[in-house]
Design a protein around this ligand. Sequence first.
Ligand SMILES: [Zn+2]
Length: 490
Amino acid sequence: MSSINRLALSLFSCLLVLPGALLSAPAMAQGAPAVRTGIEEVAAKAGVQALRRAATARASSRAVELLSRYVRIDTVNPPGNELRGAQFLASVLEESGINARVFESRPGRGNVYARLRGDGSRRPVILLSHIDVVPADPEQWSVPPFEAVVKDGSLYGRGVLDCKGVTTIQLLAMLALKESGTTLSRDIIFLATADEETGGRWGAAWMLDNHYDLLGDAEFVLNEGGFINRDPGKPLVFKLGVAEKSPCWFRVIATGEPGHGSRPAAETAVTRLVDALAKLTAREKKIEVGPVVAGYYAAYAALDEEHARQYRQLERSLESVEFRDWFMADPAAAALVTDTVAPTMLEGSVKTNIIPATATAQVDSRLLPGHDCVSFLSEIRQAVGGPNVRIEPILSFASTQSPMNNELTEAVERVAAAMDERSIVLPALLGGFTDSHYFREKGIHAYGMVPLETSPEERATLHGPDERVSVSSLQDAVGRMVDLLLELGG
Ligand SMILES: [Zn+2]
């Protein structure tokens, strides 16, 4: 349904039942009378629904203006300067009567927190997003990246998908619930943080370390990491991020006798490094199909008739050499079933004619859920290490995953089922990482799910030039986020 139709419908139904809504709203606010006739009950319900539809329509209609103002606040990380973004979000919340708190984790780095109370019968859900964005090179863009230009029905700007658009959808859904006086069974916690793009140390990690009392009672987190994918010729796919691979970044350091380039020894720091990297990348990759990936492909089978049979039993299918070669030829697919190893940075001599004493490579390695960096690195050491080659960790954290069957995943299933066209939910393992892992490590089940329809072309602009979002999809997403929160805590 287009947003215009939805708006018209909301206003129409609002007019139809407005008297009931007006009567029931104050009664709701002061606590419902103990005894009510059936008719009053129905009228009150209809009234609340009408108020909510009208509030949702109003919130949706603010999406472009709000997101545009937000895009114009420069929060490129580094350095971040998220404080101004946090203050902007806090002011929007405060204008709507929701108390917001801004936390400065270090000078200029801001985080904003707000809580919309529910009746407390179920545990809160956190709507998580990040305030910082990655840099944008104006030369590569068709419009200025920080001016929020609307062109051909889309809003262009750095962050409109990652992640300022996400923040806007979450914020407006929260305002619609507040304005309509809807009380859910859960508190809704709004949390927009600094520093995600460089690891979240001054954002999500800092908030959990320093203000756990504000967050620790939550059961779920809804974060970036999964959109509704509208791909040509396919049903709508609700991509639900339930797990992320974890980084296990390391250095390979080779040493040797330094000397002049005209008199090379048989082995030098550089030749040892080259040998070690050759062994590292030639290692046979162990294939492992975890439960999330198995579930993903089993569901994906509905979208690909040609390989449906193999996808339904991915682990078995990968035993066939022919299928395995085909499957593993796609790096994105291969990354879902293996621990990946990508040498990315090399350092040796500063001069062509000097043999250095040390040569170093940095390696970006990503592990499957359940694999840990310490034992992975000891395997690597055995395979490529030696007296002159050592392996040192750079960065790692535990790979975690959220359950695939609970009230949150069921709520997403119901929202997908209520769509006007065929939709499926695909639980996904993400190759990259977001701030979700900080929450999963604390036992709070985090999911990548933003109910925003995106095309493959739009998704390709994430972190790239001409990042954009369709205006009508953005507006629709506000209503769908309200629906999702109602399913989760209605
Ligand atoms: Zn992001």
